[in-house]
Ligand binder design. Structure first.
Ligand code: BG6
Length: 509
């Protein structure tokens, strides 16, 4: 059953448009370090191209890819064109937009770790002193500190300049703090934009609307009404070409510490007083601080680590993780499940089960709010079992919200009950697709709005909790259990919930 809600083009009852408007950015110079790398090709260039197609990039704005490669401007433009043709949907590429976009593209050779040789970039940027200046570090996190220092020494880190850091910021609390200190020495906190691209996803922002723009949610949004919460980010892709990076990182650091912790915070936080970044950040930090520490005594019952072996994903035989590493030994996890407990008044006794993995049976991200059973049934025993309500927030794909409700099966005979979904598909209701998260985030950097970015305190608090898991895994020498690619992870993940009399929910895939 699908709900078609609003005809948004016609405006609301006050005649106000319900379409979001494109606000053009002021002219800018965006320097991308790691500008010929995977992130730039797959995400940043396509996102900027889309915004250019919608007329959002100010006149004369420049995108300057910086790398250690010796590339002419023309060679970089050709590389960018190939990347766009590969990563944009076919119908989105057109020659007119490309001609305008190509004109913005430059390449500049620079080793970001070198203290010398910055005069070329200085000269390039000096051409347009009035432009907003953004440095995007699409590099290893270990380079963030040296890059900030070198930019400052070269006189490029002006008070109005902005710096963008990709997640993960560090690999534990100490390294994150070091990076934050190093970058913070040259850039003020308000000019540091730490990206977690989940915060740019429309459906993640919609969580705020769902919770705080609908009066029926708040009274029920608490442990007394909610049995437990499940947050799943499941992927079918393997580590593949990123295996070397992935092997140093693992799912806990790659997905849990950032994307999943942010989702947990948005579900669990108290209503902020206002929709501004200080208030929202303050509430998120309270949640992170209330998370019960996982210790060597609790880690085996509260967490699961897994690593995929070869198997069939979508009917195609794929290699196991160790084969992708060409036989190198590794105990890095490609799957993690955690039972998180939030020790505060709202959530005491209501666990949050988090899980994420690669090479699973399906690709989806969703949050499930499982409500408690009704207090007392008035129906006859043979009416069928009464299933507690369940709210499923589909972050991707098929973005939407589904609420399961008990209904009476129609008919003149005996009373029979059956659960049915109230299903709201955003794409159908709004009749439009979703921009990629990077499109929004890049525009917010250009506008200088920090609301969708992580403050250093959030990053450090999240690491603090994750460090408890990292240290406990190490002290217990906890192995990554093998699971066959194309399944839902190791059997211990099923046991994690089964012990509590619960089970994981999956969409039909
Ligand atoms: C990235 C991780 O941050 O998120 C990747 O580094 C992961 O390993 C990706 O594949 C998932 O993002 P999305 O938007 O496809 O869910």
């Amino acid at each position: 059953m699908k709900y078609h809600l609003v005809q948004i083009d016609s405006g609301d009852e006050n005649g106000e448009s319900t379409m979001s408007k494109f606000i053009p950015a002021e002219p800018f110079d965006l320097v991308i370090f790691g500008g010929t790398g995977d992130l730039a090709k797959r995400k940043l260039l396509p996102a900027l191209y889309h915004r250019d197609a919608d007329g959002q990039l100010g006149e004369g704005s420049r995108i300057i890819a910086s790398s250690r490669k010796d590339l002419t401007r023309e060679a970089f433009q050709a590389m960018a064109r190939t990347a766009l043709c590969e990563h944009l949907p076919d119908r989105d590429f057109n020659e007119d937009t490309w001609a305008r976009f190509a004109d913005r593209l430059h390449h500049h050779r620079q080793d970001v770790t070198a203290s010398e040789g910055w005069d070329g970039l200085q000269a390039l940027l000096a051409n347009d002193p009035g432009h907003i200046r953004v440095f995007y570090l699409a590099t290893l996190p270990s380079l963030y500190g040296p890059a900030a220092r070198n930019l400052s020494a070269a006189g490029l880190a002006e008070p109005s300049s902005r710096i963008v850091l990709e997640k993960p910021v560090g690999s534990d609390f100490d390294s994150a703090r070091t990076i934050n200190d190093e970058v913070g020495e040259y850039f003020s906190e308000s000019s540091i934009f730490r990206i977690d691209h989940y915060l740019g996803k429309e459906t993640v922002q919609n969580l705020m609307a769902l919770r705080f723009a609908n009066a029926l949610m708040e009274p029920l949004w608490r442990g007394s009404a909610i049995d437990h919460v499940q947050i799943t980010v499941a992927e079918q892709l393997g580590a593949g070409g990123r295996a070397a990076f992935y092997d140093r990182t693992g799912t806990l650091r790659d997905m849990l510490q950032n994307h999943m912790m942010q989702l947990l915070c948005l579900v669990a936080m108290e209503p902020p007083a206002r929709m501004n970044h200080e208030d929202i950040r303050g509430e998120k930090i309270k949640v992170l601080r209330a998370l019960r520490t996982i210790t060597p005594q609790t880690v085996e019952r509260a967490t699961v680590r897994g690593q995929y072996t070869s198997g069939a994903v979508d009917g195609e035989l794929v290699a196991g993780y160790l084969e992708e590493l060409e036989g190198q030994a590794s105990s890095t996890e490609t799957f993690v499940a955690v039972k998180a407990e939030i020790d505060n008044w709202r959530w005491a006794g209501t666990p949050f089960y988090l899980r994420s993995g690669k090479r699973l049976a399906g690709k989806f991200s969703q949050i499930v709010i499982q409500f408690r059973p009704i207090a007392h049934s008035i129906f006859p025993n043979d009416a069928g079992s009464l299933q507690p309500n369940r709210l499923t927030i589909r972050l991707q794909p098929d973005e939407g919200v589904e609420l399961s409700v008990m209904t009476k099966v129609p008919g003149p005979g005996e009373f029979k009950m059956h659960p049915l979904p109230l299903d709201l598909s955003f794409a159908e209701a709004y009749d439009k697709g979703y921009p990629d998260a990077y499109e929004r985030l890049l525009m917010e950097v250009l506008r200088g709005d920090p609301a969708l970015f992580m403050h250093r305190d959030e990053v450090e608090c999240a690491w603090n909790w994750i460090d408890g898991i990292i240290d406990s895994w190490a002290s217990k020498n906890m192995p990554a259990q093998p699971y066959v690619a194309g399944t839902w992870g190791p059997t211990d993940a099923v046991r994690l919930l089964d012990r509590d009399g619960r089970e994981w929910f999956h969409p039909d895939v």
